[in-house]
Write a protein that binds this ligand. Structure first.
Ligand SMILES: C[S@@+](CC[C@H](N)C(=O)[O-])C[C@H]1O[C@@H](n2cnc3c(N)ncnc32)[C@H](O)[C@@H]1O
Length: 274
């Protein structure tokens, strides 16, 4: 009854994007989607959200730009260093007991989280036995992740974070500075499979030992978070680990009983053995 015209237009736009392109934003947290669509409308100089709907349906080149508005690409290497320290000190000793490992970085954005884990695994002597799966729905982000090139002015923060995470190499050993860019070593991604995968619409990945999916659930509504937690439960080997973002929780999920808290303050969970 008191739904605003804008809210109706947003629903229609999200339905249209789903029906035509199969990108499903219908269960993303609505307030943040609304904010982002209003930004897009303003930047494109449209008078209404319906004009975005018309543009995206009639011109396929609009979709990638719309995806850049609808997905948030904020990330940094070793973001929240204490999370990586906990992985290193508490999770790695368990991972060492496996002859081969599968790690899924879900919602990998431009690859900062992937390269952080790849460096950590190299430092801990696990890289050779690990296959990483780095997935995202934004093709531009996946291309950037695959390239592993970052502006040099971000390296200072990455280096500080890396040290705080307990890194025992120098970050500079892992990239080459080239003009104003840092190009990360190919060796860090040679055992990585990059793929387009949506946590909303795609199926589980099998038998992962670690899933790191940080700062993605926060953009979903409760119902969708629940689906994704179920997907992680299905994708993890028993005894496997799940790390989520500092503002995220499994507490409200109907699948929470699949997991036990492993490092509570770092939001690291473990798939129960039974
Ligand atoms: C804020 S970034 C998080 C980056 C990184 N995980 C971190 O914590 O630094 C959120 C990422 O989730 C991706 N994403 C959004 N919806 C997704 C979905 N349905 N399936 C997979 N990835 C999604 C976005 O494209 C974006 O790259």
């Amino acid at each position: 009854m008191n739904e605003s015209i804008e809210d109706i237009e947003i629903q229609l736009l999200l339905d249209a994007v789903y029906r035509h392109y199969h990108y499903d934003f219908r269960h993303y947290a609505r307030a943040s989607i609304k904010r982002r669509l209003l930004q897009a409308r303003q930047q494109w100089g449209y008078d209404s959200i319906s004009e975005i709907q018309s543009a995206v349906l009639h011109d396929e080149t609009i979709l990638p730009q719309l995806l850049n508005f609808l997905t948030v690409q904020v990330s940094e290497m070793f973001r929240d260093p204490s999370y990586f320290r906990a992985l290193r000190e508490k999770v790695v000793p368990h991972l060492r007991t496996y002859p081969s490992l599968k790690v899924w970085v879900a919602g990998c954005s431009h690859g900062e989280e992937l390269y952080s884990l790849a460096i950590l695994f190299a430092e801990e002597g696990l890289a050779e036995r690990t296959i990483f799966y780095a997935t995202d729905i934004n093709p531009a982000a996946l291309r950037a992740a695959q390239a592993g090139v970052y502006p040099l002015d971000r390296i200072r923060l990455f280096t500080e974070n890396h040290q705080l995470s307990g890194g025992h190499t120098s970050l500079s050993e892992h990239y080459t500075a080239n003009y104003n860019r840092a190009v990360f070593d190919k060796s860090l991604r040679e055992r990585t499979v990059f793929s387009d995968h949506s946590l909303v619409t795609d199926a589980a990945f099998g038998e992962m030992h670690l899933i790191s999916c940080r700062n993605v659930l926060i953009y979903f509504d409760r119902e969708l978070q629940d689906r994704v937690v179920g997907l992680f439960g299905e994708s993890l080997a028993r005894g496997g680990f799940l790390g989520i973002g500092s503002k995220e929780s499994l507490r409200f999920s109907t699948h929470a009983n699949l997991f036990s808290e492993f490092v509570r303050e770092e939001k690291i969970y473990r798939r129960k053995l039974r």
